[in-house]
Write a new protein. Structure first.
Length: 254
């Protein structure tokens, strides 16, 4: 059996060719180092926690934000599983998310954990890591602390509910009207004023006599034009009865 002859690229024997090759290699190494440095800077400065785990669910990488979020030191994270870091209940929650990844699913959900005695809401987006044979060999994920956002949403919902109850229980006639003078909403007292009739979507001009509705429309147009509240007293005829009322018109701004 004949041995294959090694072929030497003669171009490398030319003066300066080898030097050029070495310079090219060094240039590629410099670009790689630059890319690695950019990635390291992003990982260390991003406010979201970034992590990676191996097939045994042991942490192989965490950035600074992840270390801070877990409330411990990096040497107590790398090489350990969630069961060795978090409480039994929280570790079970984390395992449930990991199991979905190991079954090939991507996950994006919010979970409640207790870290350092503080209840937090964390949004995690995790994906499986595959080898060349499409076998899951690990997990990578990004975790964002959304505790303050959830609190703000809860406070807003509670505030809106209090406002709804206040408006609904008020004995004053309360209307919400758009710029076309159509009724968007009314409270119970206003609805009772019209005998319980559903007036949502109706125009002001349909609800009151011509002269009365004309006066309301003029004042409404002023508010939509200048954005300033108005207060005035007037007679309001409704279904054969007249009411002398003090009206306060307030703009709703986005």
């Amino acid at each position: 059996m004949k041995k294959k002859k090694k072929i030497l690229d003669k171009s490398l024997l030319k003066p300066g060719a080898l030097l050029n090759l070495l310079e090219d290699l060094e240039g590629e190494k410099a670009k790689l180092r630059e890319s690695e440095e950019k990635l390291r800077t992003i990982n260390e400065n991003i406010t979201d926690a970034i992590f990676a785990k191996d097939k045994d669910r042991k942490y192989t990488f965490v950035n600074s934000a992840a270390v801070g979020m877990m409330g411990t030191s990096i040497d107590k994270i790398i090489g350990r599983t969630a069961e060795e870091i978090f409480s039994k209940g929280d570790a079970q929650t984390i395992k449930g998310v990991d199991d979905m990844n190991f079954s090939g699913q991507k996950v994006s959900e919010i979970n409640q954990l207790k870290i350092g005695g503080r209840v937090v809401f964390l949004h995690t987006a995790q994906s499986p890591i595959y080898d060349k044979n499409k076998k899951v060999i690990g997990i990578t994920g990004v975790v964002k602390d959304v505790t303050e956002k959830r609190k703000a949403e809860k406070d807003l919902a509670e505030s809106e509910e209090k406002y709804r109850v206040l408006v609904e229980e008020s004995r004053d006639f309360i209307f919400m009207v758009d710029s076309n003078h159509n009724v968007l909403s009314v409270n119970g007292a206003a609805k009772a004023l019209f005998g319980g009739e559903d007036i949502i979507g109706k125009n002001i001009s349909e609800l009151f006599p011509k002269e009365t509705s004309k006066g309301y429309i003029v004042n409404l147009d002023k508010i939509f034009s200048n954005g300033k509240s108005q207060t005035f007293e007037s007679e309001m005829p409704v279904k054969g009865r007249s009411y002398f009322i003090s009206t306060i018109l307030n703009p709703i701004k986005d």
